[in-house]
Write a protein that binds this ligand. Structure first.
Ligand code: HEM
Ligand code: HEM
Length: 224
């Protein structure tokens, strides 16, 4: 079977169609994280915006903690077991890509999955160093570390955005839109059955409430 046919006809002979891949909690996590990350950067320069900075930063961490739990109990493609692969598998994936064979499965590819997981851990590290800066623990060193990790994540995010656009061109489907509506091209049996709208809405509202709590100074142990 040639490649063009492989793109539209699966092993079972069925034609690919739009199927649900990213559940609501993953999408809410992603786009709120984007807002928090940008917000934290924009508010990082001035003392006047300190509470807004803490609110964006801690909300990014809360979302990430929830995502880590969801990576264990979530739907099929949200699970770490689905996309955290051995170093061998990551290298095999890279070699296949270099030979011009893009990843045909839905969900994160092994290389992308690893970067996603690293990004999540680094966001928690930004939060931890931010917390220690507020507590003036180890003085300048921790503040410098906070800024350094934030810059590292910014670098990874820029690569991540370029990769998302590049992979969209290679795979001939809009992956950014997939992160919005949850849908990708695939076989009907590959789709998830329940997009978990209710849990996604709870995470959304919980994150907004938590943002408000931090910004209004209701959790002084985190901000003073
Ligand atoms: C406007 C900018 C962004 C775009 C267009 C974008 C796009 C995407 C896309 C398309 C995916 C799915 C990748 C796949 O199909 O395998 C994804 C996943 C992800 N992105 Fe972004 N992204 C953006 C910004 C960010 C930022 C700022 C962060 C972190 C600070 C981030 C962290 C992540 C993480 C952690 C995942 C994995 C999602 C999960 O498994 O829950 N992204 N992004
Ligand atoms: C995504 C999350 C975050 C990002 C991207 C981020 C980014 C930054 C950056 C770039 C600076 C340096 C500003 C400058 O001096 O030019 C900064 C400073 C600071 N951030 Fe964050 N931050 C985040 C989360 C947090 C959190 C959760 C806290 C916890 C309270 C925090 C507390 C601070 C403090 C206290 C400073 C001032 C450090 C100092 O100069 O002494 N940040 N942040």
């Amino acid at each position: 079977m040639n490649r063009a046919m492989h793109d539209t006809v699966g092993a079972t002979g069925k034609v690919k169609q739009a199927i649900m891949v990213w559940d609501m909690p993953v999408r809410v996590f992603h786009w709120l994280l984007v807002i928090c990350f940008i917000g934290a950067w924009l508010s990082s320069e001035s003392e006047r915006w300190a509470m807004i900075h803490y609110a964006f930063g801690y909300t990014a961490c809360l979302l990430t903690l929830i995502r880590l739990v969801w990576g264990v109990i979530g739907t099929r493609y949200a699970r770490f077991s689905q996309f955290l692969k051995s170093p061998k598998a990551v290298i095999r994936h890279f070699m296949a890509m270099l030979r011009g064979h893009p990843h045909h499965d839905v969900g994160h590819n092994p290389a992308g999955g690893l970067v996603m997981f690293a990004l999540m851990l680094l966001i928690l590290l930004i939060g931890l160093t931010g917390y220690l800066s507020v507590k003036e623990f180890l003085g300048n060193f921790v503040s410098e570390a906070h800024e350094a990790v934030a810059s590292l994540v910014l670098g990874l995010v820029i690569i991540h955005i370029i990769a998302a656009i590049g992979m969209s061109v290679i795979e001939r489907q809009n992956l950014v839109r997939s992160m919005v509506n949850g849908k990708k091209q695939g076989m009907p049996e590959q789709g998830i059955r329940y997009p978990q709208y209710l849990i996604g809405s709870f995470i959304f509202l919980g994150a907004l409430y938590f943002f408000y709590l931090i910004m209004s100074g209701s959790l002084p142990s985190l901000t003073q």
